[in-house]
Every structure is written in C-alpha cells, then in structure tokens.
Design a protein around this ligand. Structure first.
Ligand code: ATP
Ligand code: MG
Length: 450
C-alpha cells in the first residue's frame, strides 16, 4: 500500500476530466512534496500524457501559456492550474536552457528530468503517490539529492545548484555528499545564469530557516554570485566586541532579522565594506572607520548588477548606510528628524537590523540592548500617534501663502519654506498657519535672511 495525499476537489476534477478522455494525469512536483510534509501547497501543477491541443480540447476555460514547453493553463474559479505534457529536455549546450523539448508518453521520464528527488513525485486523482527516485526516503531523512547523476544534472542546468541550496535552506535539509560535492565542483557555471533567475533563488535561500547553515557550508558558492562578500569570509575583526569574523557575523545577523527579503539582504551585506576599511591601532585593536559608506557603495553596485528593483535597492542600501547611526540616547527632536528623513518602515527595519547586528557580535547584553531599542521604538510610536510622518507636504503653509504676504516669486519662497519646515521639526514653531505666517514675518524682518 503506497502513500496517499489529499487532492483538492478542483484538482481532482481536472485529473478526472483528462482520465475520462483517455489520458494519464497526475499532480506533480512541489504540491506532492509539500502535501507529504504537511504544508499547504502554493499551487498544484499537473502533468499529463495528453498533448497541448488534446488538453485544450478537454477544458472550456484555458489558455496556451507555454507553447514551446507544452503548458496549458486551466482556469477554475479564482484559481489557475498549469497542465504540462510529459516531456524530456534535451541538449543543454549553454547550462541554461534546454534546446528543445520532446513530448513523451511516460510519467517515468517526466519525473526523471526533474531536479531533486523530493521534487520528482506525482500523485493520481486518488492521491496515490508515484515515487521512482526515493523522494519519500529523502523527505523522511531530510535529504537534498539530485535525480540521477548530480554532476550531469548541474551541468545541464546550473540554476539547479541554487535550487538545491534554496530547498535545503527552506526545509532545514542536508545536502547529501555526492550532490554537495558536485555543487562545489560546478559552482562557477552559475556565472552563466541570468541575474533574474539568480535573484529569485537567492531570495528563497536567504529567507529559508536554515539559511545560515547552508551559507556557511556553501560560502564558496555564494562567493561566485556575490563576489563582494569574498573578502569578508574569514576576515578577523581583532576587536573585543566581536567574537566572529565578518562573514560569520553577517550570517548571525541574517539569522536574527525577520524573514523579509530587504532585511535579509541588508543583514547579509551591512558589513561588506569592512575589509576595505580595516585599520589596526597601537594597542592591536581593529577599527573600520567609514565602513558603512563603503558597504553602501558595494551594496548598491551588487544589487544593480543582479537587477533588483529600485525600491528594494534604495531600501536595502539606506539600511546598510545608516546601520551604525547613533540611536542611544535619542532626543525627541532627533527622532522627529529621522522620521521625517527616512519614514517609519525604514526606521522599524533599522531597529530590527540593529538588534540582530548587536546580538551577532557575540558580546552584547541582550537585556540592555532591548531596553535601549525599546526606548527608540516607543519614542517613534509616540511621535507617530502625535503627528504622523511629517514631510514638507504636511507643512501648514505653502508658496501661495507666502506670495500673498507680499514676497516676490522666486528662490526665496522655497528657501523660506525649508527654514519653516526645519523650525517645525525642531519644535521652534508649531505647524499651524497663523503661527507659521507670524514666524515667517519674523524671519523676513531679520536682515540676514535673503
Ligand atoms: P515552490 O514551492 O518553491 O514553487 P516547486 O517545487 O513548485 O517549489 P517550481 O520552481 O515551481 O518549484 O518548479 C516546479 C517543479 O518543476 C519542481 O518541483 C521540479 O520538479 C521541476 N523543476 C523546476 N525547475 C527545475 C529545473 N531547473 N530543473 C529540473 N526540474 C525543475
Ligand atoms: Mg511551484
């Protein structure tokens, strides 16, 4: 008696439809793996012996989405399901894309082309699992293993190297020795993979629960895609506040920030400028003056190279740039300025990064740390309740008001608005029209204001 998984009614409906038309059809890949692990699958992929046109003829609402690969997408209510004809991929001359696909009529060969044993299982309409490559065994034992010969599979498609690391990090699995050996041996072929595909896998890898273990064991692989990190690996800090080298410290930081893509990236990259800024004083203590700015530069270059979107680049780079900003003790005036300059989401992320960074030195007193960070975050809460995020647009006076006070059009208006904005931030003037008009008159009466 084999393993049985639960097939949702919509999926069962699709599988039964194909079966009644005389074809084989199965749920396959990630959905079977996740069901066996007791996780809810993100989507249900289906494979079938029907050719794309035959699949299309079975369903009213469907679109041909991947002509070349034989994928038909069937729409059911709010959900969509990808149905792909059994296939094999042939001729990977560039380690990236199969040259052509060949449609097959056997499930076995379709499973054989898949990357990892845990991703190479299928289930029929009754949920009965087909497992030709010991996927169940590897799931039970927490193992990442290639289907077939690891070296050959990574040579066909180098992205599988990162996929193996990503799944290991996500599930906390171990990469079995032969697969691990092939990964180390073939890591340089990742240079041929497009930035977009790397970025997607890297995200999953960094956000995985076992990211730190995998990034330690496979630091050489990470150095291929993020060469800027290479100098950090093994770089000793010679500082009594740090017990770890720069790379290990960065990984510990990563492990302690919440699992969002920008925070994980910022944690990994916040100190990449350190090796370039290292100095040793007479007492033999290491310093890294200006490293935040250097890290910022390297980080900006790295994220652009991997084609991250501008929003992510700017958020991550700013976090890296300000990760060492003095926050304790913090005055209300300063907090208000920071809030206005960076906005709330950035400062909340900064607090998470600071906590993780301090804990990852290996020498911080957690209680003391929580206390001082709590002070900053409570101050933010208070300011946000009182006034929300305050920007120039929120100033209760505008250019037209100043014009009607008799000021000439031109540069002076803008300058005066900035001075008024600063006065509100500093608590010199209330953000209220009459008060601001009055204060503007006062400023204009002073001779040195042009
Ligand atoms: P996730 O939950 O992350 O989507 P998944 O297993 O569904 O996990 P996908 O990237 O959606 O992963 O791929 C679907 C299936 O296609 C995989 O389970 C695997 O069987 C196969 N697959 C995907 N990419 C490759 C690849 N590069 N080489 C071989 N097989 C692959
Ligand atoms: Mg998927």
């Amino acid at each position: 008696m084999g393993m049985i998984i639960k097939i949702p009614p919509e999926v069962r409906g699709i599988l039964m439809r194909l079966k009644r038309a005389g074809y084989e059809a199965y749920a396959v890949g990630g959905c079977v793996r996740d069901s066996l692990l007791g996780d809810k699958p993100q989507d249900w992929d289906i494979c079938t012996s029907a050719l794309p046109d035959q699949t299309r003829a079975c369903f009213d609402h469907c679109v041909l989405t991947g002509v070349k690969y034989g994928t038909v997408t069937v729409l059911r209510g709010r959900n969509s399901y990808e149905i792909t004809t059994f296939r094999a991929e042939e001729g990977y001359s560039d380690s990236r894309h199969p040259e052509q696909v060949r449609f097959l009529d056997s499930l076995y060969e379709d499973l054989a082309r898949r990357d990892l044993s845990i991703n190479a299982m299928a289930a029929d309409a009754d949920g009965l699992v087909t497992d030709h490559f010991d996927g169940l065994h590897d799931l039970r034992h927490g193992l990442i293993r290639c289907v077939g010969e690891a070296e050959q599979r990574f040579t066909e498609d180098a992205l599988r190297i990162l996929r193996a690391l990503r799944f290991a990090a996500r599930f906390g699995f171990t990469i079995e020795p032969r697969t691990a050996h092939a990964i180390h041996a073939l890591k340089d072929s990742l240079l041929k993979v497009s930035p977009e595909r790397i970025r997607k896998e890297l995200k999953g890898l960094l956000m995985g629960k076992a990211a730190v273990e995998i990034l330690s064991e496979f630091s050489d692989v990470l150095a291929v895609i993020l060469p800027e990190l290479q100098p950090c690996m093994g770089f000793e800090q010679h500082n009594p506040h740090h017990i770890y080298n720069v790379y290990t410290h960065s990984l510990h930081t990563l492990a302690q920030v919440p699992s969002t893509e920008p925070l994980r990236l910022a944690a990994l990259l916040h100190d990449i400028g350190k090796p370039a800024c290292f100095t040793l004083d007479e007492a033999g203590i290491g310093h890294f003056y200006g490293h935040s700015e250097k890290s910022f530069e390297l980080c900006d270059r790295l994220l652009h190279r991997l084609h991250y979107d501008n929003k992510t680049i700017s958020h991550v780079c700013t976090l890296v740039q300000i990760h060492d900003l003095m926050l304790e003790p913090i005055s209300e005036k300063r907090a208000r300025r920071l809030l206005s300059k960076y906005g709330e989401p950035m400062l909340r992320d900064l607090i998470s990064l600071r906590r993780a960074d301090a804990l990852a030195t290996g020498t911080a007193d957690p209680e003391e740390l929580e206390h001082s960070l709590a002070q900053f975050s409570e101050l933010l809460d208070r300011l946000l309740v009182q006034e929300g995020r305050f920007t120039m647009a929120d100033l209760d006076i505008n250019g037209n008001d100043l014009l009607s006070m008799g000021l000439p059009r031109g540069r002076q208006i803008g300058q005066l608005l900035h001075v008024l904005f600063d006065s509100v931030l500093e608590g010199i003037c209330e953000n209220q029209k009459e008060k601001l008009v009055e204060y503007a008159r006062f400023l204009l009466s002073k001779k040195d204001f042009h």
